[in-house]
Design a protein. Structure first.
Lengths: 328, 337
């Protein structure tokens, strides 16, 4: 999987929200690459900024700073009109298959709307294309005239995927696409996502909180906490040898369906701090079992700890931290 | 009246809870039986529509119309040793059970917490309803409850409103409220589902610790088999209103004797199993189709249309069959699994 070129380069992305009581830095200097034809997982807990970062990469939320180099072009420099041409190449699939489909539109129009917007197909061609898309995502093309409420959650998520695929995109941001689904249905949709990814050569940013799903599905993983990236790298390397104490805690906290797993658990104290008033230095230090005085003073730089594996922690090479990562 | 072995706190026996609307009857819970032993945790696991939540609401007698218990017993042993059938308790007597004997926590803490009162006031009210104590004494007890659930700065937190707390903190406050009158049985309906994994780990640790300290029994309703493996002693797997498999946690994860349970475990991505040596993704093995509507259940075994082990026998719905020591399966073919 080496030598693939980078389709999207997110460079020092920031997003500030002005609120009544100050500025919230929801995304604070996030950088990562997405190579063509790969799936990158963006993981983190609520408040980590993963959803905001995901939407910023498509400019569905306007970033406050940084660069979004897509195929060599900085999306942030494009005018609204120029951006519209790019929208066809960039699509999103949402988490909630109930609120992301217009309940008043028939399925053929939910999918057809995307075709109409970009002037892709009319009349019979439009009908054929909709039928083709429905069967591609495993739905009965005869159900094109039904409304969203006539489908189950898993089927609705398939409609959402068909809508994203309608315009033949290259890059899809999938924001927790399987989180709202029952386990048995979740596996069906994960199979569909990887089939489609392979057959259309899609590149994906997969936002999720389920670490097992990300380990299975994603080639690379980016771990976020309080608006910043803590660790990123190839999934195999990050899951086998997590070097950031936050990644270690996250992995150790995920319940494993095996009562005999008997893992060592790193239980974090307290909650994620308010993004309105993040800790100085390393934002994770207030919950970190390895924090030292220096962590409050310096914002850790991104250091390489393995092939394409980077960590933002000043103690990443401390034997204590490394050995905890090995014991998980 | 009813015989109940001494180590059993709750016995649900052939419980049937139906929702009737006109001529249509949704048999949400259809003949469910299980025991909860003293100081142990039973996990009821299932997907949406399995009837797991309706089972817990039936025990608490919190069903909303048109849902009602049409049959079966819910035998409960009180702290003073009486055995009551909660399925037939008058509502007024039930009020003495809820909170004091059996308490419930929910996925969403705001289901239990009132946004208009401070957390301290709500816990104090709970104590004062059930016990004749002074306001000062109740406040002292409320503070101790917050400390028990590891809420820092308990004295100050007593005077805070739920909205001033984070999600994990609210979940703790709800647990403190539920445990304020020392219930013998805690019913926890997806209590960690809305929480982040690091907070979920804290809450599971807390429940385990409280169980060891207080000796309460827990009925834990969840869809997450990972959580089941972490917290349960015994497991009840439900599908379409019925129990399909029942076993100790070790027996269940060692050897699933029902194709549905086996399928559920195969659905959970596991990189060690679902990726090849070279890291290539292998396809997952989902259960085909989706959970049937409780209003249109197939004849015979409800799982048969999604099952890869079906035979002619499956036209008949099997009863729970012995598939091993303390291991029951509602599958004709449990032996080949």
């Amino acid at each position: 999987m080496s030598g693939k070129d980078v389709l999207l380069q997110v460079d020092n992305l920031t997003k500030n929200f002005q609120t009544g009581s100050g500025i919230v830095k929801a995304v604070d200097g996030v950088s990562f690459d997405v190579k063509r034809g790969t799936i990158v997982g963006l993981v983190g807990e609520s408040g980590s900024g993963k959803t905001t970062a995901g939407r910023c990469t498509l400019r569905l939320i306007e970033p406050s700073g940084g660069r979004l180099l897509y195929d060599g072009v900085d999306l942030r420099n494009l005018s609204e009109r120029e951006m519209r041409a790019y929208r066809r190449r960039l699509q999103i699939v949402f988490q909630d298959p109930y609120s992301s489909l217009n309940p008043r539109l028939r399925v053929e129009d939910i999918i057809g709307e995307a075709l109409d917007t970009h002037g892709l197909a009319k009349g019979t061609a439009r009908r054929d294309r909709i039928a083709e898309l429905l069967s591609r995502v495993g739905l009965n093309p005869d159900h094109a005239r039904r409304f969203p409420h006539e489908f189950s959650g898993g089927q609705r998520q398939r409609i959402g995927i068909a809508r994203a695929l309608a315009v033949e995109p290259e890059f899809i941001v999938a924001d927790e696409p399987v989180s709202a689904l029952d386990v048995s249905v979740q596996a069906q949709v994960l199979n569909l996502i990887q089939d489609l990814q392979k057959s259309f050569g899609l590149t994906m940013l997969f936002i999720a909180h389920d670490l097992a799903v990300v380990e299975y599905l994603c080639d690379e993983v980016v771990v976020m906490y309080l608006g910043r990236v803590m660790e990123r790298g190839p999934s195999r390397s990050v899951y086998a040898k997590p070097r950031h104490p936050y990644t270690q805690a996250l992995l150790s906290a995920a319940p494993v369906p095996d009562p005999k797993a008997g893992r060592q658990r790193v239980v974090l104290k307290g909650d994620i701090p308010s993004p309105m008033n993040p800790p100085s230095g390393c934002v994770f230090r207030t919950r970190c079992p390895f924090a030292i005085a220096e962590c409050a003073q310096v914002v850790p730089s991104f250091d390489a700890v393995g092939h394409q594996h980077h960590v933002a922690c000043i103690r990443h090479s401390d034997p204590e931290v490394i050995s905890q990562g090995h014991q998980l | 009246m009813s015989e109940l072995p001494a180590d059993i706190v709750l016995r649900v026996d052939d419980l049937r809870t139906y929702f009737e609307a006109g001529s249509r009857v949704a048999k949400s819970v259809d003949g469910v039986s299980f025991d909860v032993k003293r100081g142990e945790t039973v996990a009821v696991v299932g997907e949406s529509g399995s009837g797991k939540s309706v089972t817990s609401l039936s025990i608490m007698r919190l069903l909303s119309a048109p849902g009602r218990i049409v049959g079966g017993d819910i035998l409960y042993r009180t702290s003073d040793g009486r055995v009551l059938d909660l399925a037939r308790m008058p509502e007024k007597a039930m009020r003495g059970i809820r909170g004091q004997e059996v308490a419930m926590i929910f996925q969403e803490p705001m289901t239990s917490l009132n946004p208009l009162y401070t957390v301290g006031d709500q816990i104090m009210e709970m104590i004062k309803i059930h016990e004749p104590v002074s306001r000062m004494e109740a406040r002292k007890r409320a503070k101790r409850m917050l400390e028990l659930v590891e809420i820092p700065a308990a004295e100050r937190r007593l005077d805070e409103y739920p909205h001033q707390m984070s999600g994990g903190m609210r979940q703790r406050a709800m647990i403190a409220l539920a445990l304020a009158c020392n219930p013998r049985l805690l019913i926890a309906d997806e209590p960690t589902t809305a929480l982040d994994v690091t907070i979920q780990a804290q809450i599971l640790d807390l429940l385990r610790r409280l169980q060891a300290e207080i000796g309460m029994s827990i009925l834990f309703i969840t869809h997450n088999l990972g959580v089941v493996a972490e917290i349960a002693h015994d497991v009840v797997v439900m599908y379409a209103g019925r129990v399909v498999e029942k076993a100790s946690v070790d027996a269940l994860f060692d050897n699933q004797k029902h194709p549905y349970t086996r399928g559920l475990l195969a659905c959970i991505p596991n990189a060690a199993r679902d990726r090849s040596e070279s890291g290539e993704r292998l396809r997952l093995n989902p259960i085909p189709g989706s959970v049937p509507s409780i209003l249109a259940l197939p004849e015979g075994c409800s799982f048969a249309p999604r099952c890869s082990f079906t035979t002619a026998e499956c036209d008949q719905n099997p009863s729970l069959l012995a598939a091993g020591p303390d291991h029951l399966s509602r599958c004709w073919r449990h032996e080949i699994l």
